[in-house]
Design a protein around this ligand. Structure first.
Ligand SMILES: *Cc1c(COP(=O)(O)O)cnc(C)c1O
Length: 374
């Protein structure tokens, strides 16, 4: 099996996280070398890096008045524990339609100090939406379910504010490339290794005044032990000083600052969303025109413009396609491991050139043809 060099993408990284890191981000690391890498995170150079990230995010998301950019260590998975410990007062409702939404639901469900969570589920490939419920104080769902390639609207549940409930949206793979009105959420949280093409290990959360007040209230109630590393109040206080509670990965911050400024310099969220949208229009159009390929998400409105999932006909072995691509440096287009489908999953984050997505589908056409004739 050989893929002609002329068909190959200029960059073969299509993984949904960690995802493609642009060369300019690596250059920024080299430039930061002697002044920033390996220096104290309590001193001005690293703190100004954190400030660039916080200011960049505030601009990118047109942060509403009173909202704050908070960050801490541990990635989005840790933020689920932060939210469980500091933001859910008694009971959470989750809309879960894939692995990531289900994992946050599992975290609140396992918390011994909370009432059993309401979990509204939908089959992978579709979406579930939250429903008004009088006995919940948090509504939670993912913006983009990375495990299935389904994206959901970000809109408050009617009446949720009046009942005093918070809206928490996991935007780990959507933030920075999906249009959003952050005022429809109390916490819009994410990690740097998806759209922001950096390394993992941090969480970032755009927090409303109501969310910060809830953390203050829950954490000072004296009835719940909140470990300091999971304290949102502590993370917010550190973030206001352009610091983190404990040592962050400085290289991640360098790459993240570079990426958010790259998106802003090109026109911001609208530009990023359009770029991912161009890739997505191509990918789904291509899949729709091949007899052996079908977009996994049946409702076009819910097909993610950042992570595309394409089912292949049983006659075409996706594992063989993925392996042939990998042999040629075209990487990580396997489906989410627990989904177990005969599928390709393609990240279309802004860092990934739309031309490279076009090259990828040409490579898949070539490989499928070769497999059929072998
Ligand atoms: C990747 C991902 C996570 C997990 O992020 P970590 O930083 O690895 O904890 C959570 N939610 C969604 C939607 C994701 O895509």
């Amino acid at each position: 099996m050989t893929i002609p060099a002329g068909l190959l993408p200029a960059d073969g990284r299509f993984g949904s996280g960690p995802s493609k890191v642009r060369a300019a981000q690596v250059d920024a690391l080299v430039a930061a070398g002697p002044h920033v890498l390996g220096t104290s995170h309590r001193q001005a150079p690293v703190r100004s890096l954190v400030r660039r990230v916080r200011e960049g995010m505030a601009e990118l998301f047109a942060l509403p008045d009173g909202y704050e950019v908070v960050l801490g260590n541990g990635g989005s998975t840790s933020f689920w524990d932060v939210a469980t410990a500091c933001l859910v007062r008694e009971r959470a409702q989750h809309a879960a339609f894939g692995e990531f939404g289900s994992k946050f639901a599992a975290a609140t469900t396992a918390a011994p100090f909370l009432e059993p969570s309401h979990v509204i589920t939908a089959a992978p490939g579709s979406i579930a939406v939250p429903e008004p419920a009088a006995d919940v104080d948090v509504y939670a769902w993912p913006h983009n379910e990375t495990s299935t390639g389904a994206m959901a609207p970000v809109r408050r549940v009617p009446g949720s504010r009046e009942q005093g409930a918070l809206t928490l949206v996991d935007a780990t793979s959507g933030a920075g490339a999906l249009p959003v009105d952050v005022s429809e959420t109390d916490v819009y949280y994410f990690a740097p290794q998806k759209v922001f093409g950096s390394d993992g290990g941090l969480w970032l959360a755009l927090c409303s005044p109501d969310a910060l007040a809830r953390a203050e209230q829950v954490e000072s109630s004296g009835t719940r032990w909140v470990p300091e590393s999971l304290s949102l109040r502590t993370a917010a206080a550190s973030s206001r000083q352009d610091q983190t509670l404990n040592t962050p990965a400085i290289a991640t911050l360098v790459m993240l600052a570079e990426q958010v400024e790259w998106i802003l310099g090109n026109g911001g969220l609208g530009w990023a969303a359009a770029r991912s949208g161009e890739s997505a229009t191509h990918l789904y159009g291509w899949a729709g025109s091949r007899p052996w390929a079908t977009p996994f998400v049946s409702d076009p409105a819910h097909r993610s413009t950042v992570v595309g999932t394409i089912d292949l006909d049983d006659a075409v072995d996706a594992k063989a396609v993925v392996a042939a691509l990998r042999d040629h440096g075209v990487l990580d287009v396997f489906p989410y491991r627990k989904l177990g489908r005969n599928q390709l999953r393609v990240a279309m984050f802004p860092a990934i050139e739309p031309d490279d997505v076009r090259a990828l589908t040409a490579c898949v056409d070539h490989v499928v043809e070769q497999l059929a004739s072998s």
